[in-house]
Design a protein around this ligand. Structure first.
Ligand code: DHB
Ligand code: FE
Length: 284
């Protein structure tokens, strides 16, 4: 029986990855953001899981916009890093865990979540930047195999927050019924408030973000009850990425222990946050 040992929520701003790839993390603009990551990175380095599930969205890099599945799962042995127009990031390819992917696919289908299957997939900043935030110096390979789970947050109508939370709960049950590994880390990615285009381009809303950061810990149901319009109004048209944090949260226990959280404005156009939760029972 496998167990989710931690959940990591983090923004996926592409220029965070670029700052790391280009050695700029100690520059005045970036240093406060990266300093904020340090306690989480130290804890994570001591708690490497057997496998990680990354809840993320593609940004029309690995998947064309003419077909946008609401929910999808990668089932490949390995995933190439996408070329987003500047060449591939100089980070390792992502090793998959097809056996866990297929187990999740079976169980989630049985629970009514009809996932689209990606037998091949290039992974963009939505997945690789969170991996870099977790593991700044991966060397030849990331710390463990990864299952990519995709959520549409780029095309209307995005799935509801309630549906995302329910998906996470079903993932939690599926993991509890899996014998192939012992420990699982789950990442919820994207957010916090930001809007990249349109009349409100540059929109950031610390008040909404603070409310969300508080509630994701102890009152996720409150966040699951918000409509997609609530997310877009409160967090911006790209801030709706936050619904992916609810998938992560749904896969965890009712009570979790916050290891670390940090909030920094701005990283590029985004209010960037990281929140790390220990999901093991208190006695562990
Ligand atoms: C930015 C944020 C995103 O979530 C994204 O996908 C692309 C860019 C930004 O703030 O620049
Ligand atoms: Fe994004």
């Amino acid at each position: 029986m496998a167990e989710v040992i931690w959940g990591l929520a983090t923004s996926h701003v592409p220029s965070i990855g670029a700052a790391m790839d280009r050695g700029k993390t100690q520059e005045p603009y970036w240093k406060p953001l990266f300093d904020g990551y340090r306690p989480a990175r130290e804890w994570l380095a001591r708690h490497t899981p057997d496998v990680a599930i990354v809840i993320y969205n593609d940004h029309a890099n690995g998947v064309d916009l003419d077909i946008v599945p609401t929910f999808g799962i990668g089932t490949a042995d390995r995933y190439q890093v996408a070329d987003e127009g500047f060449g591939r990031r100089p980070v390792p390819e992502v090793v998959g865990c097809p056996e866990l992917s297929l187990h999740l696919l079976d169980r989630l289908m049985d629970e009514g979540f009809d996932l689209t299957v990606f037998q091949e997939l290039d992974v963009d900043h939505g997945l690789t930047v969170p991996l870099s935030i977790w593991t700044p110096q991966p060397g030849e390979s990331w710390p463990c195999p990864v299952v990519p789970l995709l959520v549409n947050v780029v095309m209307y109508p995005q799935p509801t927050a309630a549906r995302c939370f329910a998906l996470g709960q079903a993932i939690g049950r599926a993991i509890a019924g899996y014998d192939g590994v012992r420990t699982v880390g789950i990442l919820g990615t994207g957010g916090m408030s930001h809007q990249l285009a349109g009349a409100r381009a540059g929109f950031i809303n610390p008040q909404f973000d603070r409310m969300f950061l508080d509630a994701i810990e102890d009152e996720p149901e409150k966040l699951a009850a918000l409509t997609r319009e609530d997310y877009i109004r409160g967090a911006g048209s790209e801030g709706i990425e936050l619904i992916m944090w609810l998938v992560m949260r749904g896969a965890m226990r009712e009570r979790v222990r916050r290891v670390h959280s940090t909030y920094h404005v701005p990283a590029s156009n985004t209010a960037a946050a990281l929140a790390l939760y220990d999901n093991r029972p208190v006695a562990a």
